[in-house]
Design a binder for this molecule. Structure first.
Ligand code: FB9
Length: 492
C-alpha cells in the first residue's frame, strides 16, 4: 500500500481529516482518491468528496498585481506629462498595455481626449480596483462582487478551476497497519487449508469490467443487415454483386440505355483505361438482339435508330448502378423463366459533383420482382408493403423517367422531422426492349426499385454530412459507440 495511505492513517489516528487539500497540499486529488478507494475497500476509512470552484489569475493578471492595472499605468503616464500623452505615443510608451488600458480608463472617467492627446480627468490618484480585486482572488480564490468577477473573466484575467477535496474519517476496520490481503485463491491454499485463516481482499462487485478492445460494426453494415432481413422476409434471393467493373453492354446497352445518353458521358461515369475493352457476352443471340433493338427497334419498339457501336458497348466502366447485375440475373432467369424475386445492396460509382450528402460512390439497394401479369398497381402495392416494414407508412408516387423502365415512379415519404415530403427511392416496370431482348417471355413483367443505403443510415443516426459516415474523416469512436439499429421504428 502506498506511503500516502500510511500517512493518511497516521493523520487520522490523531483526528479526522476535514480537508485533504489542507492536510496534504502537495498531493493531487486523483492520487489522493486512489489511496482513499484502496483504504475504503478495506473499510479502514470513510470519505466524502467535496467539489468547489475557485478562480486563478492568468499571466496577464499576475503582471497587473505586480505593476498595477493597464488603466492605472496609462493614467500615471498621462499625469506625468503636463500637456498630456499624445495618442500616437501610447503604444510607444506603454506597449500593448496602453491599448488594453484605454477603454477602462475612459470608462472609469480617469482620462479624456484633448485634441490628439490624452489628459487626466481626475485630480487625485483613484483606487486601482482591478489590481485590488485580483489580489483578493489571488489570496482567496474568489471575489465577493459577482459583477466585478464577471468583468475580470470577460477581460480574460481570471479562469475558473474545479477543486476536488475529501473529508476523511476512521472506518470500522481502522488500523495503523495495513494488512496484506490475498487476492488470489490458489490450489495450495485449498489443499493445505491455509485459506481458512488468510485475509482475502473483498470482491468489489461494483467494479466495471475492463473494456474489451473488440471490433465494431459500421452503421452502414448494420442498416444493410436490416434491409437484407426485410428482403429475405419478403421472399427475395440475394444477387452476387462482387464485380464492380462491368462492360457498357451490361451497365447500359442491355438496359436499353442509348449510347448517346448523358449518363454515359465522362462527367457521369468512370471509364476504365486498361484493359481497353471487355469480351463480348457469350450469348451471341442476345448480343445481336440488343444491337437490333437499339439500332432498328424490335419487340414492338421502334428503337433509337442510330448506328449501334459494338466498341462503345464493350468499354469498361465502374458500374453506375446495381441494375447491371440485375440484368445479368434476369438474363439467366430467361433460361427458365419463372416468378422470382432478387435483391442486392452494394457499391455503385458515379462521376458526379460531391456535396454534403453525395459522394462519387454510394451503396445502392435494389430489388427486382419477375412474375406474369404484373401491373403498376402491384408495384405501388409492393412499395407500400416494403417501406411499411421500416415504419414508413405514408407514401406518394410521382411519374418519372428511366431509360430502362416505363412507367417509372419516384417514391416520396412524409418526413415528420423535416415536415416535408422527401424522395426515398425510384422504381418502374422494365421495358420489353430490355426483357424480351434477353429472352424473357412476353407475358412476364419485371418490377424494379432502388434506393441508397447512405440516406436512411444518415437519417437513422442523425448525420447531416456523409463524411461523418464514410471516408477518412470518420470519428472512429462514433463507429465503436453508436447504437444498434432497428429499421422497424419510424425512420422518417
Ligand atoms: O435513397 C434515397 N433516399 C432515401 C431512401 C430511404 C430513406 O429512408 C428510408 C425510408 C426509410 C430516406 C431517403 N434516394 C435515392 C433519394 C435521394 O436521396 C436521392 O437524392 C439520391 N438517390 C441516389 C441516386 O442519386 C444519384 C438515392 C439513390 C438511388 C436513386 C435511384 C435508385 C437507386 C438509388 C434506383 C433505381 C431503380 C429504378 C428502377 C429499377 C431499378 C432500380
Amino acid at each position: 500500500m502506498s506511503d500516502l495511505a500510511h500517512k493518511l492513517l497516521q493523520a487520522l489516528d490523531k483526528a479526522p481529516v476535514a480537508d485533504t487539500s489542507v492536510a496534504f497540499p502537495d498531493v493531487e486529488s486523483t492520487v489522493m482518491l486512489g489511496a482513499l478507494k484502496s483504504l475504503a475497500s478495506r473499510s479502514m476509512v470513510t470519505y466524502e468528496t467535496k467539489e468547489e470552484d475557485y478562480w486563478v489569475l492568468t499571466a496577464e493578471a499576475e503582471e497587473i498585481v505586480e505593476k498595477g492595472s493597464h488603466e492605472m499605468r496609462l493614467l500615471e503616464e498621462v499625469t506625468k506629462r503636463v500637456e498630456g500623452l499624445k495618442l500616437s505615443d501610447v503604444a510607444k510608451v506603454l506597449g500593448a498595455s496602453g491599448k488594453l488600458g484605454q477603454q477602462k480608463a475612459f470608462k472609469n472617467g480617469w482620462v479624456k481626449k484633448d485634441g490628439d492627446k490624452l489628459v487626466a480627468s481626475v485630480t487625485s490618484t483613484p483606487e486601482d480596483t482591478t489590481a485590488d480585486d485580483l489580489k483578493t482572488i489571488q489570496a482567496t480564490g474568489t471575489l465577493g462582487d459577482a459583477k466585478e468577477l464577471a468583468e475580470l473573466k470577460k477581460r480574460k484575467l481570471v479562469n475558473k478551476v474545479k477543486k476536488v477535496t475529501y473529508s476523511v474519517a476512521k472506518g470500522p476496520e481502522f488500523a495503523l497497519e495495513i494488512q496484506k490481503l490475498e487476492t488470489d485463491l490458489t490450489s495450495d491454499m485449498l489443499q493445505n487449508g491455509s485459506w481458512k485463516k488468510l485475509p482475502f481482499k473483498p470482491y468489489n462487485f461494483n467494479a466495471e469490467g475492463a473494456p474489451t478492445a473488440a471490433g465494431a460494426l459500421h452503421p452502414l453494415t448494420k442498416v444493410r443487415e436490416e434491409f437484407r432481413q426485410i428482403f429475405f422476409a419478403m421472399g427475395f434471393t440475394e444477387m452476387a454483386t462482387n464485380q464492380f467493373v462491368d462492360s457498357g453492354f451490361w451497365n447500359f446497352d442491355a438496359l436499353f440505355v442509348p449510347q448517346q445518353h448523358p449518363a454515359r458521358d465522362l462527367q457521369d461515369t468512370f471509364y476504365i483505361k486498361d484493359p481497353v475493352k471487355a469480351d463480348e457476352p457469350e450469348d451471341k443471340e442476345y448480343w445481336a438482339k440488343v444491337k437490333q433493338v437499339h439500332q432498328d427497334g424490335a419487340f414492338g419498339s421502334i428503337g433509337y435508330r442510330y448506328p449501334w457501336s459494338a466498341d462503345e458497348s464493350l468499354r469498361l466502366v465502374l458500374r453506375t448502378h446495381t441494375t447491371a447485375v440485375s440484368t445479368k440475373v434476369l438474363h439467366q432467369l430467361a433460361k427458365d423463366p419463372k416468378p422470382a424475386r432478387f435483391f442486392s445492396i452494394d457499391r455503385v460509382f458515379r462521376n458526379e459533383a460531391v456535396d454534403a450528402t453525395h459522394l462519387a460512390e454510394f451503396h445502392q439497394i435494389e430489388g427486382v420482382i419477375a412474375d406474369y401479369g404484373l401491373s403498376l398497381g402491384d408495384l405501388i402495392g409492393f412499395m407500400n408493403r416494403f417501406f411499411t416494414r421500416m415504419g414508413v407508412k405514408q407514401l406518394r408516387f410521382k411519374p418519372a423517367y428511366n431509360p430502362y423502365t416505363e412507367p417509372s415512379l419516384e417514391i416520396f415519404a412524409w418526413h415528420s422531422g423535416l415536415n416535408k415530403w422527401i424522395e426515398i427511392g425510384n422504381s418502374g416496370m422494365f421495358r420489353p426492349e430490355m426483357l424480351q431482348a434477353m429472352g424473357l417471355p412476353e407475358g412476364m413483367q419485371v418490377h424494379g426499385f432502388g434506393l441508397s443505403l447512405e440516406r436512411p443510415t444518415m437519417i437513422k443516426y442523425g448525420l447531416s454530412n456523409i463524411r461523418d459516415l464514410v471516408g477518412h474523416k470518420v470519428n472512429l469512436s462514433f463507429i465503436e459507440n453508436n447504437a444498434a439499429v432497428r429499421l422497424d421504428e419510424d425512420l422518417v
